[in-house]
Design a protein around this ligand. Structure first.
Ligand code: MG
Length: 166
């Protein structure tokens, strides 16, 4: 069985109610203060480029699967309760998500810190449990994808940037 990881990853995000456009809008929100000429198409392009990276796909599907298993209740205790409560001291959700931002260097890290603190849009909805299910990993993964797309956008404004680079 050959799985198209790119489309599978996008589908898994859709299942938790997060679309490419949701993430593109967050990129736009964060970056428009630095670049007043950016378009939503440009933001969407950078989100998709981040999701094309295999290490990003692997990270996203691993975290979302752990959320799903916790929701189904098939994770053993004590981890099950930790995941369901989204315990602040657990921290593995942030650590996993940093694997995504690290691909794009320190700007990614700064943007991730900002998104984690401000929690705009869909990130807040996931974190506030407004949505059914367990989203312990999901909010950090989405923040990391957005942060990485922001960094990629920033890199793309350099004169020596080529699409193959990043
Ligand atoms: Mg979390």
């Amino acid at each position: 069985m050959k799985v198209d990881l790119f489309n599978y990853t996008i589908e898994r995000l859709k299942e938790i109610g997060v679309s490419i456009d949701d993430m593109a809008e967050l990129v736009m929100e964060v970056q428009k203060k630095y670049y007043d000429d950016i378009t939503i198409e440009e933001c969407r392009h950078h989100v998709l480029s981040v999701l094309k990276k295999r290490e990003v796909q692997h990270t996203v599907i691993t975290g979302l699967e752990l959320d799903r298993l916790a929701k189904e209740g098939v994770v053993e205790e004590p981890l099950l309760s930790i995941l369901r409560r989204d315990e602040p001291l657990y921290g593995v959700d942030e650590i996993l998500a940093l694997g995504i931002t690290n691909v794009y260097g320190t700007i990614g890290l700064t943007n991730f810190g900002y998104l984690d603190k401000v929690k705009p849009g869909v990130i807040a909805e996931l974190n506030n449990k407004k949505r059914e299910g367990v989203h312990t990993f999901a909010d950090d993964l989405v923040a990391a994808i957005v942060a990485a797309a922001c960094s990629r956008l920033a890199h793309s404004k350099r004169s020596d940037f080529t699409e193959e680079d990043e």
